[in-house]
Design a protein around this ligand. Structure first.
Ligand code: ZN
Ligand code: ZN
Length: 295
């Protein structure tokens, strides 16, 4: 594996930020702003990776073309691996692939079902209904209806002052009304992304703030056997000892090593470009992918 020899032991000082969220998931800024800010920072290129959707790709393509900024097209897919929530970055896959469309469709349907069940539970004690939750959805069809909309319906009904207050109480993940978000397994994601001709990378696998226990080496190695392409090492959530662990795995298996800011605009403190992926690795992602690099 020729790529192994190129795995660096420290984060790149220039390159691409390929882990960025926009208003098409839970970011606060548009793809146009993402591209403008990436250009202002003189990044070599930028990647869009909204949660469980390709809805922002067209806007990003338009903006990137106008700004002359190369664009990697991706999605951050929430998956489950034996009870551990795992985020998986998928890049350069064919968005029309039946496999990936079915994966997103199944996830959307089961999440909708889950949100309806939560609303039914809450409606026993609070003045809300499925219709009053639907009234809070402004972003249209492509948005997954979830806890933020339930919270907004409770605010509209006068139960809480604001969304945060609802999240701190009835809508909280520890409340008795909570039902976990259904997700595909990591194995299903690696398979579907592979079938769609894309590149799959486990995001921030060493981030202890997300899970009581992290995805193990053995779990990662099972995914590597199934075709996982890489690991996101350069991410603010991965502490130094986890970066070492992930780098060792990457070296042992010839994986791609990526970095990204996990930018959410004003939604998180993460600064665009604070972590990067080097140009060689981006070239390799493009080489493996099903769609051309967008310029
Ligand atoms: Zn994530
Ligand atoms: Zn993210």
């Amino acid at each position: 594996m020729t790529h192994t020899s190129r795995i660096p032991s420290s984060p790149p000082s220039h390159g691409w930020d390929i882990h960025c969220h926009t208003v098409f998931s839970d970011g606060t800024e548009t793809p146009e702003t993402l591209v403008d800010q990436a250009r202002a920072l003189s990044l070599d290129g930028v990647g869009i990776s909204d949660h469980d959707t390709t809805a922002g790709w067209q806007h990003a393509e338009q903006a990137a073309h106008e700004a002359g900024m190369p664009l990697l097209r991706g999605t951050e897919i929430t998956a489950d691996d034996e009870g551990i929530s795992v985020h998986m970055l998928a890049f350069q896959y064919d968005p029309r692939s039946r496999h990936i469309c079915e994966l997103f469709e199944r996830t959307r349907a089961s999440r909708l079902e889950r949100t309806k069940r939560m609303v039914a539970l809450l409606a026993q004690d609070y003045p809300i209904s499925w219709n009053s939750v639907l009234e809070q959805v402004r972003e249209g069809e492509q948005t997954t209806i979830g806890r933020p909309h339930i919270a907004d319906a409770l605010v509209a009904a006068g139960v809480y002052e604001n969304r945060s207050a609802a999240f701190a109480d009835a809508v909280s993940a520890t409340s008795k009304y909570y039902i976990p978000t259904p997700s595909p397994t990591t194995h299903q994601v690696v398979k579907a992304v592979g079938e769609a001709g894309g590149v799959s990378i486990v995001a921030h696998a060493g981030d202890l703030s997300r899970n009581r226990s992290l995805i193990s080496d053995a779990q990662l190695e099972a995914l590597i056997d199934e075709g996982l392409d890489g690991l996101e090492v350069w991410h603010r959530g991965n502490p130094p000892e986890q970066r070492e662990r992930l780098l060792a795995l990457a070296r042992a298996h010839g994986l791609l090593v990526t970095g990204g800011s996990d930018w959410h605009g004003k939604g998180k403190p993460n600064r665009l470009g604070e972590n990067l992926t080097d140009d060689d690795t981006v070239d390799e992602i493009v080489r493996r992918g099903a769609i051309p690099l967008w310029r």
